[in-house]
Write a protein that binds this ligand. Structure first.
Ligand SMILES: [Zn+2]
Length: 180
């Protein structure tokens, strides 16, 4: 069986918690148990789990577009809730990676593609937030790097009403398989 990787995108306190600075709120909180289950299953199957995390410095130019969020070393940058507990519990597992990213696309200047290829991974599963921003841009990045993409309808969320539209656009643009 070819190796696969689970990508958990931007599930930080700032993007998920009620008091986060750029939160998708309840929509994002609802997908947490689903993602934790996928992560546990992936590790049981000896697959890779990559925690891809927006990581900014306080003066990032990106904050011209958005309110400050995910500043390195702050509460807002940490994994939210049950995902944070799971992450703490698997420290030291070589199949769990933390991938800081400065762009929407987790493949942009992160070395993720080469690291995945080095492990024989040919398929990435996309979960996290936001469906119509970083999830979509990461699906694009994965496609450009030659990976097969799978997006999880119950593992992605956004604060807009474009969730289903952007999952559909992944299938159109990147041949993404959408798991319901
Ligand atoms: Zn950001």
């Amino acid at each position: 069986m070819a190796k696969e990787a689970l990508l958990i995108i931007d599930m930080s306190n700032d993007f998920v918690a009620d008091s986060g600075s750029l939160t998708a709120g309840a929509a994002a909180q609802q997908i947490v148990p689903y993602i934790v289950n996928l992560a546990k299953q992936a590790l049981a199957d000896k697959q890779v789990v990559a925690v891809c995390m927006d990581t900014h410095q306080p003066n990032d130019d990106h904050f011209r577009e958005w309110p400050p969020h995910n500043v390195e070393g702050t509460w807002g940058h940490q994994l939210y809730g049950e995902l944070g507990l799971w992450f703490d519990s698997v420290q030291g597992d070589p199949n769990v990676w933390f991938v800081p990213k400065e762009s929407y696309n987790a493949f942009y200047q992160t070395g993720l593609a080469n690291k995945l290829r080095g492990c024989g991974v040919d398929t990435v599963h996309i979960t996290g937030v936001c469906t119509d921003i970083c999830d979509f841009m990461t699906a694009a990045g994965a496609y450009d790097e030659g990976f097969k993409t799978v997006a999880h309808r119950r593992g992605c969320a956004t604060f807009t009403d474009h969730h289903d539209t952007f999952l559909h656009q992944m299938t159109v643009c990147f041949h993404t398989e959408v798991v319901d």
